[in-house]
Design a protein around this ligand. Structure first.
Ligand code: SAM
Ligand code: DTB
Ligand code: SF4
Length: 370
C-alpha cells in the first residue's frame, strides 16, 4: 500500500492533521507497526561535498551566494576525503550517506565525474548512497544509477502555491522533472519538505498531496523543521512548535504507509520527549553526526544515549531494497585509458631521448659546488 486509500481529499488530510494529537499519534503508530519494525531507526549521515556559492535564491538556504551568511564556501571535496568521512560515519553506526552539493543543477564536467567515483566508492563500502546535487537530466541520472546510487534526494519543500514565496529562480515543475528523471533511471526517490517557513497548514498538506499524485510516491520522505540561519530571508522565522513536527511526521506516516519518514533538520531544537513521539508516530530515520550539511545537529554520542533510553536499534543498510550494482562508467574508463596512454607515451619519449644520448641537465646548486 503506497498511498493510504482512506485519505484522498485535501479536506480529509486537513482533518487528519488537526486530529486530537494523541489520537493522531496512535493512528500513525498503528500503521507504522503494520509496515515497519518500530524499534528500527536508520542513522543516515550527511556530507556537504561542495559548500556554498549557489546561484539559487532558496529563502531558507545558507548556501545561496546572494545571502550574507557566515558560511565558508568550499569547492568539491576529493574522492579520498569523501571515502574517509564515509568510513567514519559507518564506524559510528550510519548505514546511509547523503552527499549534498550546493549546485543549481549537475553539469557534465570533471566535478560530476568525481561525484560518480564517490558514489562508486561509498557503494563499495556497503552503505546506501544518496545524493542531492540539484537538477538532473536523464543521462546524468543513469550515470549515477550505474555508479551504484541508491537514492536521489530532491525536495519539493512545500505546496505549489507557497513555493514562489520561498524560491523564484526555479519552478515547482523543474523539481518534478528531476524526480521523474531519477525515477526513470531506477533510482529510489527521497523527497520531502520543510515546515516553519511561514506556510499555512494547508501548504503542508499541499506538499503531501503533490506526492500522492505521483505515479510512484517517494520511498523516503524527509520532514525538516526550518533551521533559521542569520543572513537568509527566513532568519527571523519563529521556531515551530514541536507539536507541529509530530503532527507532520504522523500525517506523512499515515498517508504513505510504506515510505521511510525521516525526522530531519531541526532536532537541536527538539527535546528527547518530542523526538520520542516522532518515533512513536512513525519516524524511521534521523540524520546522525554533529553537522547536517552546514548547520549543527546532535552528535553521535547524544543520539546513542537517546537510542538506549528509547530502546531503538539502528537499521542495517538495504533492508528495503537490494544494494545497487556498480557498473564501470564509460566516460571515466575512457579518461583512465587516455591518461594511461599519455603516461606510456611520455615514458617512451624519455626512453628514446636517453637512448639517443641526451642526458638530463645537471643542475648546479650551492650544495653541489662545495
Ligand atoms: N542544491 C541541491 C538542492 O537544492 O536540491 C541540494 C542541496 S539542498 C541544501 C538540500 C535540501 O536541504 C533543500 O532542498 C532543503 O529542503 C534543505 N534545506 C536547506 N536549507 C535548509 C534549512 N535552513 N532548514 C531546513 N532545511 C534546509
Ligand atoms: C533533507 O531533507 N534535509 C537534509 C538532506 N535532505 C539533504 C538537508 C538539511 C539541511 C539543513 C541546513 C544545513 O545544514 O545547511
Ligand atoms: Fe542552492 Fe540547494 Fe541551497 Fe537552493 S537549497 S540555494 S539550490 S544549495
Amino acid at each position: 500500500m503506497k498511498v493510504n486509500p482512506a485519505y484522498q481529499t485535501k479536506e480529509q488530510l486537513l482533518e487528519l492533521y488537526n486530529k486530537p494529537l494523541l489520537e493522531l499519534v496512535f493512528e500513525a503508530a498503528t500503521i507504522h507497526r503494520q509496515f515497519h519494525n518500530p524499534r528500527e531507526v536508520q542513522m543516515s549521515s550527511l556530507l556537504s561535498i561542495k559548500t556554498g556559492g549557489c546561484s539559487e535564491d532558496c529563502g531558507y538556504c545558507p548556501q545561496a551566494a546572494r545571502y550574507h551568511t557566515d558560511l565558508e564556501a568550499h569547492k568539491l571535496m576529493t574522492v579520498d576525503s569523501v571515502i574517509e568521512q564515509a568510513q567514519n560515519a559507518k564506524t559510528n553506526g550510519s548505514s546511509r550517506l547523503c552527499m549534498g552539493a550546493a549546485w543549481r543543477e549537475v553539469r557534465d564536467n570533471k566535478d560530476f565525474d568525481n561525484v560518480i567515483e564517490m558514489v562508486q566508492a561509498v557503494n563499495n563500502l556497503g552503505m546506501e548512497v544518496c545524493c542531492t546535487l540539484g537538477m538532473l537530466n536523464e543521462d546524468q541520472a543513469l550515470r549515477l544509477k550505474n555508479a551504484g546510487l541508491f537514492a536521489y534526494n530532491h525536495n519539493l519543500d512545500t505546496s505549489p502555491e507557497f513555493y514562489g514565496d520561498v524560491i523564484s529562480t526555479r519552478e515547482y515543475e523543474d523539481r518534478l522533472n528531476t524526480i521523474e528523471n531519477a525515477r526513470k533511471a531506477g533510482i529510489t526517490v527521497c523527497s520531502g519538505g520543510i515546515i516553519g517557513m511561514g506556510e499555512a497548514v494547508e501548504d503542508r498538506i499541499g506538499l503531501l498531496m503533490s506526492y500522492m499524485q505521483m505515479e510512484t510516491p517517494p520511498e523516503s520522505i524527509p520532514i525538516n523543521a526550518l533551521v533559521a540561519v542569520e543572513g537568509t530571508p527566513l532568519e527571523d522565522q519563529k521556531p515551530i512548535e514541536q507539536w507541529e513536527m509530530i503532527r507532520m511526521v504522523a500525517t506523512t506516516r499515515i498517508i504513505f504507509p510504506e515510505a521511510i519518514v525521516r525526522l530531519s533538520a531541526g532536532r537541536t531544537k527538539m527535546n528527547m520527549e518530542a523526538q520520542a513521539l516522532c518515533f512513536m508516530a512513525g519516524a524511521g530515520s534521523i540524520f546522525a553526526g554533529d553537522k547536517l550539511l552546514t548547520t549543527p545537529n546532535p552528535d553521535f554520542n547524544e543520539d546513542k544515549e537517546m537510542f538506549e533510553i528509547l530502546g531503538l536499534i539502528s537499521k542495517e543498510p538495504f533492508k528495503d531494497a537490494e544494494q545497487p550494482v556498480t557498473i564501470p562508467d564509460a566516460k571515466i574508463e575512457e579518461r583512465k585509458k587516455q591518461e594511461a596512454a599519455r603516461q606510456t607515451e611520455l615514458e617512451e619519449a624519455k626512453k628514446n631521448a636517453f637512448e639517443a644520448g641526451f642526458q638530463p641537465r645537471k643542475i648546479v646548486t650551492a650544495d653541489s659546488k662545495s
